[in-house]
Ligand binder design. Structure first.
Ligand code: FAD
Length: 414
């Protein structure tokens, strides 16, 4: 606590805070820091939660280096204020004790939320606050989406997700786990049963293939599947992870965490091109993960993975591309390979509901209000644009919750 107060004391409480301007959800950083310094943590927690129901989670998983941390004035000449650590302290405490203030006048309108990831949870919070009767349908046995089944527990304690869900349950949100929408229960059935509007926040759960020979062999796995239950995998002593985004870093770090001796990340470009945050790359390096840059996968076989050397070429317009260097293929011996080269939607919901249109990648098509091609059905989060971040799902879903509210209010008056 004293350490955090020292951090708070470093804040200049700027009148035009650049940190807030660069926060995707415009967190009131100086206000929160002032309240924290005055010991008004409950009030600070309420402000944070009302603006961002996933504040406690974002405080841990956001790419702070591009947001509050990277835009702190103090960081120009010295150490920036680590606001996110203060936010984590306030918001985790708030989730333990706080209450979700709802509109006392229930409006007797029912909302079905499909998916309990950041998008679904945000819509559930925003609409229960406005007096709606909200039911969340989740195909997994536990709630939270990628927060529960993707981001490793050593990065995001599960107690935080549990406390958030408990807050929602206390406020009256109903959760139906082990329930996949689009198979037995369809969108039509939900409307028949009296739901006034349906929200789809089903994310992207199918791994993208590498499309190389040997990808289905017994020593090759997709990182998104592995991260669901890393304890159940026997990866051996030496593992190569393909890819360099956050999923690749989480897979590499999990492999280390669960006892793999040698873990390598192979990537066809260099560190500066990696999409994982600098913080995650730094943590992976600290934990002993090794990086093989300028290497692309060619084939997987029983002995490991064949990698080819690559080279980055920059054209006259400054656009870069990667070429493979001929005859540089070499077997990299290893026990297992984890493939982490992005995800696409797993759309049971679309294939059985043709009226909700998706593009050729399976991403749900929405308009600027989050409305799908089917009246009364809305969507946001990864399933609408592919894998992005928690905070982006929250920001979009807050907006879409308002669109649902406006839609149902206008329906009532027309
Ligand atoms: P999801 O979190 O995918 O949730 C979708 C939910 O819908 C799931 O619970 C799923 O089971 C459920 N569902 C799917 N189909 C159905 C159906 N038919 N019926 C009922 N339920 C269904 N972002 C960050 O900001 N920081 C990070 O550090 C970070 N690390 C990541 C690490 C990993 C390994 C991964 C995979 C992603 C990471 N992300 C990170 C990205 C972030 O987690 C996602 O952008 C975010 O979770 C998207 O939220 P969502 O609600 O759209 O989807």
């Amino acid at each position: 606590m004293t350490e955090l107060i020292n951090k708070a004391n470093k804040c200049l409480l700027c009148k035009n805070p650049i940190c807030k301007q660069n926060c995707p959800i415009s967190t009131e950083i100086p206000t929160i820091i002032s309240l924290y310094k005055d010991g008004k943590t409950q009030e600070a927690g309420e402000i944070l939660f009302n603006n961002n129901p996933l504040s406690a989670i974002c405080a841990i998983v956001c790419p702070h280096e591009n947001q509050c941390l990277g835009n702190c004035i103090k960081g120009i000449k010295g150490e920036p204020v680590e606001f996110y650590k203060i936010e984590e302290d306030i918001s985790t405490e708030f989730l333990k004790r706080g209450k979700l203030k709802t509109n006392i006048d229930k409006n007797n309108k029912k909302i079905a939320v499909v998916g309990s990831g950041p998008a679904g949870l945000t819509v559930a919070v925003e609409l229960i606050k406005k007096g709606y009767d909200v039911t969340v349908f989740e195909k997994n046995e536990e709630l939270g989406g990628i927060l529960r089944y993707g981001i490793p527990e050593f990065r995001l304690p599960r107690s935080i997700i549990d406390n958030l869900i408990n807050l929602l349950k206390e406020a009256g949100v109903k959760f139906k786990v082990n329930t996949t929408i689009g198979q037995i229960i369809t969108i039509d059935k939900l409307f028949e049963d009296g739901y006034d509007s349906i929200f789809i926040g089903t994310g992207t759960w199918n791994p993208k293939r590498l499309n190389i020979k040997g990808e289905t062999l017994g020593n090759s796995y997709y990182a998104i599947d592995y991260l669901r239950s890393p304890k159940n995998y026997d990866l051996g002593e030496k593992v190569v992870v393909i890819g360099a985004g956050n999923v690749a870093m989480d897979a590499a770090r999990s492999a280390k965490y669960y006892g793999v001796k040698d873990v390598y990340v192979a990537y066809r470009r260099d560190f500066s091109d990696m999409s994982a945050t600098k913080a995650e790359i730094g943590d992976a390096l600290k934990e002993g993960v090794e990086f093989l840059t300028y290497k692309a996968p060619v084939e997987i076989n029983e002995n490991g993975i064949v990698l080819v050397d690559t080279k980055k070429i920059v054209d006259e317009e400054g656009k870069s591309s990667v070429i493979k260097i001929e005859n540089s293929e070499k077997l990299f011996e290893c026990d297992s390979i984890l493939i982490a080269v992005s995800q696409i939607p797993r759309n049971t919901i679309i294939s059985n509901n043709k009226s909700v249109k998706a593009n050729d990648k399976g991403l749900i098509i929405i308009d600027s209000e989050g409305s799908t091609s089917r009246k009364g059905v809305f969507s946001s989060g990864d399933v609408t644009h592919g894998p992005k971040t928690v905070i982006e799902a929250v920001v979009e879903s807050k907006k879409v919750a308002n669109s649902i509210d406006n839609y149902l209010k206008s329906k009532q008056t027309s």
